[in-house]
Design a protein around this ligand. Structure first.
Ligand SMILES: [Zn+2]
Length: 67
């Protein structure tokens, strides 16, 4: 799978581990484990929908925003 580096920067938004709460945090959203956090690591910059896999995000963009 080839990923365009610009798109990667734009859409890849993984959660960060917060040692205080022992949860994965992304902006104001908390995930109790890494698997859950990973499901939301790809973010559509237009509507803020999240996806676990880049191809899913790409498909979403094609359908909803006709890239
Ligand atoms: Zn979208």
């Amino acid at each position: 799978m080839r990923i365009n580096s610009i798109k990667y920067k734009l859409n890849y938004n993984p959660a960060k581990y917060d040692y205080k709460t022992m949860m994965y945090v992304k902006e104001n959203v908390k995930y109790e484990n890494f698997t859950k956090a990973k499901e939301h690591q790809w973010e559509c910059e237009k509507c803020k929908c999240t996806f676990s896999k880049y191809p899913d995000l790409k498909e979403h963009k094609t359908e909803k925003h006709s890239y």
